[in-house]
Unconditional design. Structure first.
Lengths: 387, 386, 151
């Protein structure tokens, strides 16, 4: 075990002397603990030990049931997020956030920059997949009862992460400043502005309720600074609470699988990274997001809808309940969002298994199915050209 | 009696129309009746009388004979004072007299067109009224009443195919199908009242009313002198007079050989001009096809369309210059059109091959990915057995 | 403790080789990723294609057989009208010792004033000390203007 240092061991150097030099001057383990806040290691790190020891201890810590596939959604979300950060930074080298230059800078990236198309398309697809993963994760949390005490914070941070990811996608879309993205953002924003209290507040944040040139620069800052920072903070909370309360054991007693070491988990992560890159690159090549025509503030394309994750609320609020007064619809929408975020405080029953929580599970299933149906309906409306 | 007075007050001409009701309907649409020109202005007689004998007395002329009609109309329409309030021209009669129709009429042939044949007798409408036979879109049909009548035209040894030829021509299509107000009808080239075919040496002047650039280059070329000397109708000798088709490569292909011997220097020049033209047209069409193909993929073709339009414009510019018969002058324009189209083609090809390359790269990439995953899984299992 | 790498009969050198192979294979990911990022960040012909296209001369102003020296930045180029329909654009720098060439209309060749190297109208070395041919650039004609694409 001593002779082979796995390549993934953080901070492993051939020359111990260099490490000692640093250790004498700064607490490297503290730095290591900081890095692990993002969930690479969700075990606690003892910052009093020297780095090599702390790392070895962490790697050797036993982990159970982490390899169950439902649990992959968390790390998957983190990996996607990191990918978005990296690809986003690369794109920011060329993107220009002013209405006169935005469209052309995107065209430049797609056409002239080496691999520009790859970075751009993987960034766009990565955003969609991130939202999808966070949705699935919340659903998994719901059905697995992973919000019962003491895991309320896990659920809340998960729900907020989902909302933040949706907003990141929304703000990011507008940056391409083309016909489709602009008008679908307007649609999406209209929906959000119907929320009482929050709506006007957000409107103020983006510089008025009309999506115009000022909105572009504010969305840009939101997209590259504020939202990522907020996501980092929430990720920290997410994994900090896991560190404190531990992972849930599988409810069924069949989990007797070998207690593996943490370093094996890292192999899994590496595999995930490889597969994620593969999927994203495949999407970028096979199904690239088209380069739509330039923005025309005077004409709305008929087929434009809000982004897919907002289709369900859009269908509900604008189509089905269209005739109700705005305030009522907005309150309904806000209420459902608040319900989502604060769900752990709504269902405080102690039952863990699905059978014990039959009513809740049934309601949840129905709600999820409703969401799916509304989304499909929204897609169908788009295809037949209805508003 | 009161009825007559009443009628006379309200509609002065309605008395005649009591016995001639058919004319009354026609007169209602007439510009003459609006101006108070009564039946007696042309027919004479006593318009207030219901009694046939009395009505048809005095200077009653009855139906004017055809030879008399032009002079009759001119009695008002050539009078400057009478026409001044309406700002109508007064030269129609003078022009008519030098026209083909007018000259024949003077010789005693009354089968030719007189004023009423085109303008109508009682239902005279303004030329800007779409129901008028002389409304610009209706002119070909009006002329065709006689000029498409084979039997009638045979007596004058004129072709009766002109109307059909015109209808199938680019001018006819533009006027009749596209409703293009700038497209020429018969009167535009032949003249209105002074209608006659243009003289051979005047054809370029007529066509040059619209095709000024082509006329300029033509008149500077060797063709002008040569054709005038040979009595050839300038533009019409290559393009036709009525059945004018699109001036594309089909035209240029055989037309030079109608006069020039194959292989002779003029025919060679013609061949080279044709070569320039057809090469350019071919490249432009190919580029257009590629753009359609690329759009289906979809690829971003935004500025390609614009650039191809630019190339097409250069080609259009080249067409009048071709009349100069000077290859050196034509070449820069066709070359720029062609290279524009070729550039577009090349860039699209690059894009298409880019896409194919990416797809191939993806397949190879997945081999690599699966191999990596296999290695990682294997490594993990190895470590596990510690 | 069993050697974790003792997989039934592999010799130590074999094992080391395998390990090296695996490590280099996996590190290809790092290299590929680094390559993509580096290539991405390396500014491609920044700005639009306009900067790489040089308006050289007037097409009609150039006689057949005439060559004109054009400067783009610090790069001298020659544009020669070889026939009434064709122009070529070549680098005007001799590949021997980087002197600027002269175009001789009578002989239809480029002559180097330094060591008398000769290039023909297509840029190939005709005689003398130069070894490599002249770099050629794509041209096109827009309107009356000859454009050189520097790529």
């Amino acid at each position: 075990m001593m002779s082979d240092k796995p390549e993934q061991t953080r901070g492993a150097h051939g020359r111990g002397a260099l490490l000692d030099w640093f250790e004498a001057r700064v607490n490297l383990t503290e730095f290591f603990a900081l890095l692990t806040s993002l969930g690479l290691f969700y075990v606690e790190v003892d910052t009093k030990k020297p780095l090599r020891l702390a790392v070895r201890e962490a790697l050797a810590k036993p982990v159970s049931s982490y390899a169950e596939w439902p649990r992959v959604l968390g790390p998957l979300a983190v990996l996607f997020f990191l990918f978005q950060v990296v690809s986003g930074v690369l794109l920011a080298f060329y993107y220009r956030a002013s209405p006169s230059e935005a469209y052309e800078s995107i065209r430049f990236i797609l056409r002239d920059v080496n691999f520009g198309w790859l970075i751009h398309q993987t960034h766009r697809w990565g955003g969609q997949l991130l939202v999808a993963i966070l949705i699935l994760r919340i659903v998994r949390f719901f059905f697995g009862g992973v919000y019962k005490k003491p895991r309320e914070l896990l659920w809340i941070s998960g729900a907020l992460l989902l909302l933040l990811a949706m907003h990141a996608d929304l703000t990011g879309r507008l940056l391409t400043w083309n016909q489709i993205s602009y008008w679908s953002t307007v649609r999406g924003a209209e929906l959000i502005f119907t929320l009482p209290l929050i709506g006007p507040l957000l409107g103020f944040l983006v510089g008025g309720q009309e999506i115009g040139a000022a909105t572009l620069s504010r969305f840009y800052i939101l997209h590259i600074l504020i939202l990522p920072a907020a996501v980092f903070v929430l990720l920290y909370f997410n994994f900090a609470t896991v560190r404190r309360v531990g992972l849930t054991e599988a409810a069924s007693p069949t989990n007797v699988g070998g207690r593996r070491q943490y370093r094996d988990y890292l192999y899994n992560l590496a595999t995930l990274v490889v597969l994620i890159v593969g999927v994203l690159v495949s999407l970028a090549v096979i199904q690239p997001v088209p380069f739509y025509p330039e923005i025309d503030l005077l004409s709305t394309p008929v087929e434009v809808q809000p982004p897919w994750y907002l289709l369900a609320p859009h269908v509900l609020v604008d189509v089905l309940l269209g005739r109700l007064p705005d305030l009522l619809k907005g309150t309904l929408f806000l209420a459902s969002v608040v319900l989502l975020v604060l769900w752990p405080f709504v269902d405080r029953s102690p039952g863990k298994t699905m059978r014990e929580r039959a009513t809740v599970v049934t309601i949840g299933t129905l709600a999820f199915l409703l969401w799916v149906v509304l989304t499909i309906y929204g897609v169908a409306l788009q295809n037949i050209g209805a508003p | 009696m009161t009825w007559i007075l009443f009628a006379a007050l309200v509609q002065p001409q309605s008395v005649c129309v009591t016995c001639h009701p058919a004319e009354r309907v026609q007169l209602e649409a007439s510009v003459h009746s609006r101006e108070g020109i009564g039946c007696e202005s042309c027919h004479g007689g006593v318009p207030e009388s219901l009694d046939e004998e009395r009505a048809h007395s005095g200077d009653y002329r009855g139906v004017p004979s055809r030879e008399d009609i032009p002079a009759l109309c001119a009695s008002c329409h050539a009078d400057p004072t009478a026409m001044r309030p309406y700002n109508l021209p007064i030269d129609q009669f003078a022009l008519y007299q030098i026209s083909g129709h007018g000259r024949k009429l003077a010789e005693g042939d009354d089968r030719v067109a007189v004023c009423t044949d085109c303008h109508g007798a009682h239902e005279v409408r303004s030329a800007s009224n779409p129901e008028s036979p002389i409304f610009r879109v209706n002119v070909p049909e009006t002329c065709g009443h006689c000029h498409a009548d084979a039997e009638l035209m045979a007596d004058y040894r004129l072709s009766a195919d002109v109307l059909d030829e015109y209808r199938g021509s680019v001018h006819g299509e533009a006027l009749l199908e596209d409703a293009n107000p700038n497209a020429p009808n018969c009167a535009r080239c032949h003249g209105v009242h002074g209608a006659s075919p243009p003289g051979f040496g005047d054809v370029a002047k007529v066509c040059g009313q619209c095709h000024g650039s082509a006329r300029e280059y033509f008149e500077r070329s060797v063709h002008k002198e040569a054709m005038d000397a040979a009595g050839l109708p300038e533009c019409a000798s290559c393009h036709g007079n009525h059945a004018i088709g699109p001036a594309g490569t089909e035209l240029a292909e055989g037309v030079c050989l109608e006069c020039h011997e194959s292989g002779s220097p003029p025919a060679e020049t013609g061949r080279r001009l044709l070569a320039l033209q057809s090469a350019t047209v071919h490249e432009i069409e190919r580029a257009g096809e590629l753009i359609e193909e690329a759009e289906r993929i979809p690829l971003d073709v935004g500025d390609y369309r614009a650039r191809l339009e630019l190339a097409r414009t250069h080609l259009q510019e080249a067409y009048p210059v071709m009349h100069s018969l000077d290859v050196e002058q034509v070449t820069p324009l066709t070359l720029s059109a062609r290279s524009g189209a070729e550039d577009v083609q090349r860039e699209i090809y690059e894009k298409l091959s880019d896409i194919r390359l990416r797809r191939l790269g993806l397949v190879l990439f997945w081999f690599y990915i699966l191999l990596t995953v296999a290695i990682l899984v294997r490594l993990r299992r190895q470590k596990k057995e510690t | 403790m069993t050697d974790p790498h003792d997989r039934g009969g592999y010799s130590p050198s074999r094992r080391r080789l395998l390990r090296w192979l695996v490590r280099s294979f996996l590190s290809l990911w790092g290299l590929a990723g680094g390559g993509v990022v580096f290539s991405f960040l390396k500014s491609p012909r920044v700005g639009s294609a306009i900067d790489r296209i040089v308006p050289a001369a007037s097409f009609s102003g150039l006689g057949v057989g005439e060559g004109r020296l054009v400067r783009h930045g610090s790069r001298p180029l020659y544009v020669v009208k070889v026939s009434e329909q064709e122009v070529v654009a070549l680098s005007a720098v001799c590949t021997h010792r980087q002197c600027v060439l002269d175009w001789s209309r009578e002989r239809k060749v480029f002559v180097c004033p330094c060591h008398a190297g000769v290039f023909d109208a297509s840029g190939q070395v005709a005689s003398g000390l130069p070894r490599r041919r002249l770099e050629q650039y794509r041209t096109s004609v827009r309107g009356d203007e000859i454009l050189i694409y520097l790529g």
